[in-house]
Design a protein around this ligand. Structure first.
Ligand SMILES: [Zn+2]
Length: 159
């Protein structure tokens, strides 16, 4: 008996295809970014002491050419805190907050890159009360600033 195959696949709409491919692309991008950050974290040396971290920071600040900026480093062992961050706190002044028991040297390099490349200055222009400001900032952050900082922390390349 000959085999009969009945095709009954509905053609997806063009919009459906665009949404589907965008979702796949976004997922692949997010996984690649997370993978890169996870990889560089796994290869990084741990933070041994405050002196060790200060020495690393001095080297990185020179490498990035940001000796003119005031950078306040806050070592916060608060267990609730999961992500290191850098923010602008004044004219040419920034704060890096990091949990040394959870994060490694590579995170400090990553945050210093955000400062050196002006990402924190950009972030300071947006209002935390406005949803549209949040959307614009996080879109830029996610697709432009974060991958740059991740690549710098992993490879030392300034893009
Ligand atoms: Zn970052």
């Amino acid at each position: 008996m000959p085999i009969k195959i009945k095709r009954n696949l509905k053609e997806k709409s063009t919009l459906g295809k665009i949404v589907f491919r965008t979702a796949i692309g976004l997922s692949a991008y997010t996984l690649a970014l997370i993978g890169l950050e996870y990889y560089s974290d796994s290869k990084s040396e741990p933070i041994r002491s405050q002196e060790h971290l200060e020495q690393i920071m001095e080297e990185e600040i020179k490498k990035l050419g940001i000796e003119n900026k005031n950078i306040l480093l806050i070592l916060d062992d608060n267990e609730k805190w999961n992500y290191p961050y850098a923010v602008k706190i004044g004219e040419e002044s920034y704060e890096i907050n990091i949990n040394p028991s959870k994060h490694k040297v590579v995170s400090v390099k990553h945050e210093l890159y955000h400062i050196a490349d002006g990402h924190c200055d950009f972030g300071a222009k947006f209002s935390s009360d406005s949803n549209i400001d949040h959307l614009i900032f996080y879109t830029c952050y996610f697709f432009y600033y974060e991958p740059q900082a991740a690549i710098y922390a992993a490879t030392g390349l300034k893009l």
